[in-house]
Design a protein around this ligand. Structure first.
Ligand code: UDP
Ligand code: MG
Length: 309
């Protein structure tokens, strides 16, 4: 049976990684003797990656460039890859070689054994800072606890998905995307394989703290109502407290022990409740803004130059 593999690499200013990435992918894929393509999705690079991608594509027909009109974000670049991929199995890989292409045959072996989603689980992280490792570990665990879908921990976007799965994902047009969550949500037969996440080959991370926070918010709001329900819990909590406190205060007053003097108590109560209310409003705002974005229905990404789909 002749099969075809599509490998998707999102690229944002990865000039010094492109040569090595394409070389290592080629080295892994050629011996397999199957058809394959490497989709390089240029997510608005400004460092010359775009020209380098064009050059590489001219030299090797396996490489198909998709060039965005501006930076739309990693998640959206992956989505564009899904839209353009023609393979029977689709593999997502980071362009900075933190996800070693040498693992691809292991992903393919599991796919051939009948699994429809094969995700790679990071058992070790090389080269990431203490801060990155800690926040990432925390991120995966919080998401796991509060979302309704069981999204495997320590698992990034590095994975193989069957054509069936990608066809389902292509019909999920949500704007604030969390692809790894979406690929857990769809179900199918899934399996994880362990791998050691390497250090970046070249360049620096394109995920500063602000972007990580945004991704975490998208993951949480996309897969859970828990933050919305927090207001209800707080409401019941403070109402319950009041119900206990009211008779206590009245009785103390009646028996002549006029307790709770002073403005400090009042001020603290007002500040605390005011804070809780504002945070709850903010949470509502997060969901509302996302609903607004969905309703506008703008395209997810704009392609300046792309291959024929
Ligand atoms: N990336 C992208 N658009 C962005 C940010 C990142 O396409 O706005 C790509 C980036 O080029 C890389 C992958 O997403 O191939 C993962 O990014 P990075 O390695 O910077 O993240 P980290 O591994 O540090 O979490
Ligand atoms: Mg990286």
């Amino acid at each position: 049976m002749a099969v075809m593999f599509s490998i998707i690499a999102p690229i944002y200013n990865e000039l010094d990684n492109l040569g090595e990435l394409t070389r290592r992918v080629r080295e892994v894929m050629l011996p397999l003797r199957d058809t394959w393509e490497l989709l390089l999705v240029d997510d608005g690079s400004t460092d010359g990656s775009t020209d380098r991608i064009r050059e590489l594509a001219k030299k090797d027909k396996h490489i198909r460039p998709v060039i965005f009109s501006r930076n739309f974000g990693h998640q959206v670049a992956i989505t564009a890859g899904w839209d353009y991929a023609r393979g029977d199995a689709i593999i997502i890989i980071d362009a900075d070689l933190q996800d070693p292409p040498e693992i691809i045959p292991e992903l393919i072996a599991k796919w051939k054994a009948g699994f429809e989603v094969v995700y790679a689980v990071r058992t070790e992280r090389e080269g990431d800072s203490w801060f990155k490792r800690t926040t990432a570990a925390l991120f995966y665990r919080v998401i796991y606890r509060i979302t309704d879908v069981k999204i495997p921990v320590d698992t990034g976007d590095f994975r193989l998905m069957d054509r069936k799965v990608v066809d389902v994902l292509k019909n999920m047009p949500e704007r604030h995307r969390f692809p790894r969550g979406m690929s857990s949500w769809v179900g199918f037969r899934q399996v994880g394989i362990p791998y050691k996440r390497a250090a970046r080959f070249a360049g620096v991370t394109k995920y500063p703290f602000k972007k990580m926070l945004k991704l975490a918010l998208n993951a949480i709001t996309g897969f859970s109502y828990f933050p919305l329900q927090l207001a209800t819990y707080f409401g019941f909590g403070s109402a319950g407290l009041a119900i206990i406190a009211i008779p206590v205060v009245i009785i103390m007053r009646l028996v002549g022990k006029g307790a709770f003097l002073g403005q400090a108590t009042t001020l603290l109560a007002v500040l605390f409740l005011g804070g809780v209310q504002l945070v709850s409003l903010g949470v509502l705002g997060e969901y509302l803004g996302r609903i607004y974005d969905e309703v506008k229905g703008r395209p997810l990404y704009i392609v300046r130059e792309g291959p024929v789909k």
